[in-house]
Design a protein around this ligand. Structure first.
Ligand SMILES: NC(=O)c1ccc[n+]([C@@H]2O[C@H](COP(=O)([O-])OP(=O)(O)OC[C@H]3O[C@@H](n4cnc5c(N)ncnc54)[C@H](O)[C@@H]3O)[C@@H](O)[C@H]2O)c1
Length: 319
């Protein structure tokens, strides 16, 4: 039975990946420091089901803690490391860029060095569509320039990719950097638009809408992302950068209309200025992931949003 080590395993994507891997018969070692960016209770609830599984181990620790990481990696000697732990979110990274740099860059470097020292050779690294900045050419392709990030968060993700490339070049390890395009679905982070809007519309409260509603996103359902991660865990050798999106975009205004329709209630709009660091559009060219991973996203926005809203209503009832 192969062991997969997931950093950030109690978070949104990490906990969805954990459940999938346990179901597929893997052992999962999950490292998370329960960063206070959002409520610990949410993360505890994300991993509640996994904790009942004997093939699951939770290690509460910080990826920057070299001694602790060395001990955990040494004890479990994972087949693949899926490195998801990060300070996430574009806007808060403008408030505390040093903290983002420390966790996302120094934390990644710490793991890469420990893996190299122990002879561990496989990593999947969570990068982000934000590395494309405000590129004008769409859809975004992996061959496009990513030299113009517009937030500290985006810059740390680009730096992570560069470190991964360097370790691959120097030591021949197999690393795939996956650029996720706005991920949503059950357990989505509460700071992200779909979750925040759904919550506020259900409560009959105003939703903060930044800009004129024309910004557009390629929203990707979490099980499609998990599928892409699982495929890259095993399939790829060498160094790769791949977009994982649905390859369709909707505007913020269209997103709000869809949520209103699914929830059956009009949103109260609180229009605000466009936020610094927010890009105008994200739109993934996924032809490379389709070709080399057989990545095949399944969820339409309508299906995904309906599933998310149903999950949100159910969890609200159970809190
Ligand atoms: N959700 C998205 O739309 C999206 C899009 C692009 C990229 N990503 C990337 O995917 C990854 C997972 O994102 P998510 O949405 O699940 O976020 P999340 O915040 O729900 O999960 C990240 C987890 O990492 C943990 N963490 C943070 N700092 C840590 C540290 N120093 N040591 C150990 N654990 C730490 C947090 O406690 C959290 O549980 C992140 O790297 C993020 O940048 C996410």
């Amino acid at each position: 039975m192969k062991t997969i080590l997931i950093t950030g395993g109690a978070g949104f994507i990490g906990s969805n990946l954990t459940d999938r891997l346990l179901k597929d018969g893997f052992k999962v070692v999950s490292i998370d420091n329960f960063d206070p960016f959002y409520d610990r209770k949410i993360k505890e609830s994300n991993i509640k089901q996994a904790r009942a599984n004997p093939n699951f181990t939770l290690v509460e620790a910080d990826i920057r803690d070299e001694e602790k990481m060395r001990a955990v990696f040494c004890e479990h000697m994972p087949y693949t490391v899926v490195h998801l732990a990060a300070k996430a979110g574009v806007r808060p990274s403008i408030e505390s860029p040093k903290e983002y740099y420390d966790v996302n860059v120094m934390g990644t470097l710490n793991l890469l060095q420990i893996m190299q020292d122990l002879g561990l050779r496989r990593m999947v690294f969570a990068s982000s569509s934000s590395v494309y900045g405000n590129n004008k050419k769409t859809p975004f392709s992996e061959d496009d320039s990513v030299d113009n990030p517009i937030s500290p968060y985006a810059a740390t993700k680009k730096a992570g990719e560069l470190l991964c490339h360097t370790f691959h070049h120097l030591y021949g390890c197999d690393i795939t950097c996956l650029r996720f395009f706005t991920v949503y679905g059950p357990r989505q982070r509460p700071d992200l638009a779909i979750h925040k809007f759904t919550d506020l519309i259900l409560k009959g409260k105003p939703i903060p809408v930044f800009g004129d509603g024309s910004s557009a996103r390629d929203y990707t359902f979490v099980s499609d992302i998990v599928d892409g991660i699982v495929k890259s865990m095993d399939k790829l050798s060498g160094y790769h950068v791949l977009n994982l999106g649905e390859s369709t975009t909707i505007t913020l205004a269209e997103l709000i209309s869809s949520l209103e329709e699914i929830i059956g209630r009009k949103a109260i709009i609180n229009r605000m200025d466009k936020q610094l660091g927010d890009v105008d559009i994200t739109f993934a060219d996924i032809s490379k992931a389709k070709r080399i991973l057989s990545y095949a996203p399944k969820y339409s926005k309508e299906e995904g949003l309906s599933e998310f809203v149903a999950w949100k209503i159910n969890t609200q009832k159970s809190y």
